[in-house]
Design a protein around this ligand. Structure first.
Ligand code: ADP
Ligand code: MG
Length: 321
């Protein structure tokens, strides 16, 4: 039976880039570009709560890092490296090989090498902890408390597919193989908007990544900034997987659906064209979905200008304090 050391050497140790001390010592060492601040974030993923026990391990390796890279993106930071903590109920080598492939492939794509971590056998369910480190110039990070009245509110990509996939897999929606086929990738292989976040640093005001749902995550920005928002539902890009669902289910998926890993951000209306150019450079579609108001409340309007019916429970009134 392989020891923890064998597993680490086989699946997680990779040659470190020049200037970095990677897996193998008591600490990793990595250079920070001169004058930059380090941005760091940790996410913990627990089997049964954050992923289904039978999820494709390669997708899980990808997503474990993707959700952390999404936090760097939401801050406007450039990835520097990451560390990985694993509590393993068993040493299933094909599983570990696939998990590591998904993890390292995304790490390589974003220049975020795995520098170290901790691996332990556990009598409990699988748990995965990833910490990322990034660099951002002082004063340029996209903070939650930086939204200003009059800002345009933007969102990247399209929303709702991951929520639809989750509800189909969980049996909350009736079986629909064609819809699941179109939605599943959004849930299992999210693409963190790292290039967009960096393109917006120093240009956008506030930003957040959508992990818990647009209204809830935007609510964090509004609370931190002491402002409110007015959104137009028909301006929020809905994923194709949402089309044709009952209106209440679609509204829940688009406005309340988690696991989207798109960016919601605010910027001065005068910077509208610069934001579009930055997004085009990053290769990501973005859309204006509303505006920041001084009054601390979220209002969502339907196409007819009336307050949208069927808002997810708890979102019909959303005090910022
Ligand atoms: P220590 O006893 O100092 O904690 P470990 O035996 O836990 O060291 O780890 C040995 C080396 O392997 C360390 O450099 C550690 O960072 C690295 N490591 C352990 N687990 C992982 C993992 N899952 N991914 C990447 N590196 C890991
Ligand atoms: Mg250790």
């Amino acid at each position: 039976l392989a020891s923890e050391f064998d597993l680490i050497a086989r699946y997680f140790a990779r040659p470190a880039p020049a200037g970095m001390l990677g897996v193998g010592d008591d600490c990793a060492l990595f250079p920070v570009p001169p004058g930059m601040q380090v941005a760091t974030s940790t996410d913990l993923l627990i089997q049964g709560r954050h992923f289904f026990p039978d999820v494709d391990p390669q997708a899980l390796g990808h997503k474990s890092l993707a959700v952390n890279l999404s936090d760097l993106a939401a801050m406007g930071a450039r990835p520097l490296g990451c560390v990985l903590g694993l509590a393993l109920p068993r040493a299933d080598e094909p599983w570990l090989a696939a998990f590591a492939r998904g993890f390292h492939d995304l790490a390589g794509a974003h220049g975020c090498p795995l520098m170290g971590g901790d691996t332990t056998r556990s009598p409990h369910d699988l748990a995965i902890s990833v910490t990322v480190f990034g660099a951002v110039a002082p004063g340029r990070a996209l903070r939650r408390d930086a939204a200003r009245a009059g800002d345009q509110i933007w969102v990247s990509g399209a929303l709702g597919a991951a929520d639809v996939a989750y509800r189909l897999l969980d049996g909350q929606l009736p079986p629909d193989a064609a819809r699941l086929a179109g939605a599943r990738r959004a849930l299992e292989w999210p693409e963190p908007r790292v290039a967009l976040g960096q393109a917006l640093a120093g240009l956008a005001h506030a930003a957040i990544d959508i992990s818990d749902g647009l209204l809830q995550d935007l609510g964090h920005v509004l609370a931190a900034s002491g402002v409110g928002a007015c959104l137009r539902y028909d301006a929020v890009p809905a994923a194709a997987a949402v089309q044709g669902l009952p209106p209440a289910v679609a509204v829940q998926a688009v406005l309340g659906g988690g696991d989207a890993y798109e960016l919601c951000f605010t910027a001065a209306p005068g910077d509208h064209d610069r934001v579009l150019a930055a997004a085009a450079r990053a290769g990501v579609p973005v859309a204006v979905i509303g505006r920041i108001d001084p009054r601390p409340d979220i209002v969502v309007l339907a196409a007819d200008g009336q307050p949208l019916a069927g808002l997810p429970r708890g979102f019909d009134h959303f005090p910022a304090s």
